[in-house]
Design a protein around this ligand. Structure first.
Ligand SMILES: [Mg+2]
Length: 188
């Protein structure tokens, strides 16, 4: 099936969240290891990473990502795919504040906060295809999480790629029907 659009998740797919989590721990006044471990516990329990802040009893307001937070393969991949004539987008479960880092490098960007719908809801993937201007079977969704990115994209009739990086990406097993990659450059 011919692919004409490719849409990326943002956190741990295009962006390395390490500095963001380190800053969050510093702002919460807890050792970085403590917050990272609590996030891991939330992942293992199948709960939102936001549980870590609940366990700590703190309020956390996310900041935007910086260009330096992008994984080294992100911009070369986005550039190459656009040069190949593909329509390229980036939409994740995130705040509007996180859209800015990728906006200059894609054809469209959005967020769950902007759309008012989150992954893994089919409504999210319907909006992805609408923004891409394509039928689901022509669109590939690329993400690090199988539960939020890969499985629901496949269920919606899209194609899906699992990036094996970040804590979710390494813990989750790639399901049948999805492609598994270690680097975004494998897409070009
Ligand atoms: Mg992600």
């Amino acid at each position: 099936m011919a692919v004409t659009a490719i849409v990326f998740d943002v956190g741990e797919t295009l962006v390395d969240e390490t500095k963001d989590w380190e800053a969050a721990a510093d702002e919460c006044g807890v050792p970085r290891f403590t917050l990272m471990a609590l996030v891991g516990a939330a992942i293992e329990r199948g709960e939102s990473h936001r549980r870590a802040f609940e366990w700590l009893g703190v309020e956390h307001v996310p900041h935007g990502f910086a260009e330096g937070d992008l994984y080294p393969d992100a911009l070369p991949c986005l550039r190459a795919l656009r040069e190949q004539g593909l329509r390229v987008g980036a939409v994740g479960n995130m705040g509007v504040v996180h859209e800015d880092v990728v906006r200059p490098h894609v054809d469209f960007v959005a967020s769950s906060e902007r759309w008012g719908v989150e992954k893994p809801s089919p409504g999210f993937f319907a909006r992805v295809c609408e923004a891409a201007g394509r039928d689901p079977h022509e669109v590939v969704y690329v993400g690090d999480r199988v539960d939020n990115d890969v499985a629901p994209a496949l269920a919606f009739g899209m194609q899906a790629v699992h990036v094996r990086r970040g804590p979710w990406g390494r813990l989750h097993e790639t399901p049948p029907g999805a492609r598994s990659i270690e680097s975004l450059l494998e897409l070009t």
